[in-house]
Ligand binder design. Structure first.
Ligand SMILES: Cc1cc2nc3c(=O)[nH]c(=O)nc-3n(C[C@H](O)[C@H](O)[C@H](O)COP(=O)(O)O)c2cc1C
Length: 312
């Protein structure tokens, strides 16, 4: 496949791995890059040394382009950006905010900058600030979310900017990829689908919970705290939802470390199993390479079917 996203990132398929705190390991990112997509290290709560180590690990596993995701809520943003600059990382994605002030320095180094946006207004602002592409992430997605669904958001963002738009949120197969391309997206980003792969290092409980989930098995926690996140339903998620309205401080305290507990320990009692609605579409743990080849194959079959059916 060749389009503006594959050319910008020098990758085979316009498929990005979502940056995922704790879950977006060097091993998983390398597998995505080796399969022709863009693997992305989720720097999440890492400090500079930890990110450097992850980049070095990834470089031992692949010589393909890759990215680093930086959460703007991290206390280490400035030092993480320095690592990315020093290491000449090919691409950076930014989550949870407005990274405009970092764009000029990164671009001077030739680093591709792709912020995640949940609104058309932020997409326009970041295009003016020099972003190379935007990732429009709808609220079906796993992890921290905005308020608009992917179908509406991607349509609006595509009409609002001229840089490439990568669609994210709820996407786990090639038919959905075709739907996003029909709206004008030039790439997709998947998070939850890549959690349920052989190379994903999340705890087995995490993978099996994704496989068992139906499309209605996620809820939003943290909305009353100002940082809504989509997680798999559980007694813990229910408890947080009840607590956050009554006792926000207590809810915040319990949430600290809850994604780490889910990813590393599979902690069913006090872990936040962040996942998107697309968990309900995922039926098998597959190698990353198979996920990507199936998505691409189904994408082409869908486009072909539509052409035949509609242009008959
Ligand atoms: C476990 C998990 C952790 C995530 N952590 C981050 C993060 O640290 N930074 C970020 O920008 N997005 C994060 N996300 C969002 C993903 O990058 C991606 O955009 C999202 O998963 C796409 O939706 P999907 O899960 O429906 O595929 C996270 C998602 C999940 C499932």
């Amino acid at each position: 496949m060749t389009n503006r996203v594959t050319e910008l990132l020098k990758i085979e398929y316009p498929i990005l791995m979502g940056g995922m705190a704790w879950a977006g390991t060097a091993k998983l990112a390398a597998a995505v890059s080796n399969a022709g997509g863009l693997g992305v290290i989720g720097s999440g709560a890492m400090n500079a040394d930890q990110l450097l180590e992850a980049i070095q690990t990834l470089r031992k596993l692949t010589d393909k382009p890759f990215g680093v995701n930086i959460m703007l809520a991290s206390p280490y943003v400035d030092e993480l950006v320095q690592v990315v600059l020093r290491e000449s990382v090919p691409a950076v994605t930014f989550g949870a905010g407005n990274p405009a002030k970092y764009i000029p320095t990164l671009k001077e180094k030739g680093i591709v900058v792709m912020p995640v946006v949940a609104s058309d207004s932020l997409a326009r602002l970041l295009e003016r600030s020099g972003a190379d592409a935007v990732i429009a992430e709808g609220m079906e997605s796993g992890g921290h979310i905005g308020e608009v669904s992917t179908l509406v958001l991607v349509d609006k963002v595509v009409r609002s900017v001229t840089i490439p738009v990568i669609a994210a949120g709820g996407i786990a197969d090639g038919r959905q990829m075709a739907a996003m391309f029909a709206l004008g997206a030039e790439g997709i980003q998947m998070g939850t689908r890549f959690l349920a792969t052989v190379e994903s290092q999340v705890h087995e409980n995490y993978k099996s919970r994704i496989l068992k989930a139906s499309i209605r098995d996620t809820v939003i926690t943290g909305a009353a705290l100002g940082h809504p996140a989509r997680v798999l339903k559980s007694p813990f998620a229910n408890h947080i939802r009840q607590l956050e309205a009554k006792s926000p401080l207590e809810a915040e305290q319990i949430l600290v470390g809850s994604l780490r507990r889910a990813v590393l320990e599979g902690d069913l009692e006090s872990g936040s199993f962040m996942a998107g609605q697309s968990a309900g579409l995922i039926e098998q743990i597959l190698p990353v390479e198979k996920v990507i080849s199936e998505v691409v194959q189904e994408f082409f079959q869908t486009v072909e079917r539509l052409c035949k059916e509609v242009l008959r």
